[in-house]
Design a protein around this ligand. Structure first.
Ligand code: ATP
Ligand code: MG
Length: 220
């Protein structure tokens, strides 16, 4: 089994991605691993500036094509300035959303052609692909309810119609079914503790021993 160093957390609105990234980082650090946590859109100064354009304002502010182009510009910067340097230092990278969110939001739910999205993804990611992707899955109403209760200004995608969020969920499940070696579907309807334990059960067997991190010159 490939050792997991670049780990992404995916899923719809409010399923608990950010909560679990924090918890996993805490557990890994307690075990002695070097950890970088980051997020998309964002994760580098340039990409965070682009995030602000994407997650605020009217739901129809950008077309799925425009979103995909902005997201990939942000991702290229994020990879170059944050993700690849952290991996080169031998750290574990926990990323709150990544390329699967573009496949699901702009592709499956937004209607943009999958081939186009995948070609861009290939160009932007190159060799830097997640070793493990945790797909947090819950009925859209549940996640939207949690996210709504949490509040905040970044609600542009949350505000889209329920049918959008249903397509989104199906999109993530389809990605997981197509790439079963990389993706693990985690039921996110359970308590925070139960979700964490399910994630840890998937993750722990894939970790290399702490202190055994590859030297910086080893290709990822
Ligand atoms: N398993 C859980 N059960 C109940 N509430 C939860 C659970 N996990 C997270 N929450 C709460 O639900 C809200 C959304 O969680 P969180 O922000 O982690 O989700 P997210 O997937 O990162 O959302 P977004 O897609 O908006 O970034 C938070 O208020 C969080 O405390
Ligand atoms: Mg979040």
């Amino acid at each position: 089994m490939a050792r997991a160093r670049f780990i992404t957390f995916e899923g719809g609105e409010g399923v608990g991605k950010s909560t679990q990234v924090r918890r996993v980082a805490q557990r890994l650090r307690a075990l002695g691993y070097g950890v970088t946590t980051t997020r998309e859109p964002g994760g580098s100064p340039g990409a965070e500036a682009l995030r602000a354009l994407l997650v605020t304002g009217d739901t129809e502010r950008w077309s799925p094509l425009a979103e995909t182009l902005i997201l990939n510009a942000a991702r290229e910067d994020h990879l170059a300035r944050t993700i690849r340097p952290a991996l080169a230092r031998g750290e574990i990278v926990l990323c709150d959303r990544f390329a699967d969110s573009t496949r699901a939001y702009q592709g499956a739910a937004g209607g943009l052609a999958a081939e186009f999205i995948l070609r861009l993804e290939d160009q932007v990611l190159g060799e830097t692909r997640p070793d493990l992707t945790l797909v947090l899955d819950a009925p859209p109403q549940l996640g939207l309810g949690r996210a709504g209760a949490r509040g905040g200004a970044e609600a542009r995608f949350e505000a889209k119609a329920l049918a959008f969020h249903e397509r989104l969920r199906e999109g993530f499940l389809k990605i997981a079914a197509a790439e079963p070696k990389r993706c693990v579907v985690i039921s996110a309807s359970l308590s925070e503790d139960a979700v964490f334990e399910a994630i840890w059960a998937a993750l722990a067997p894939r970790l290399e021993a702490a202190g055994d991190a590859p030297i910086a010159s080893e290709p990822h």
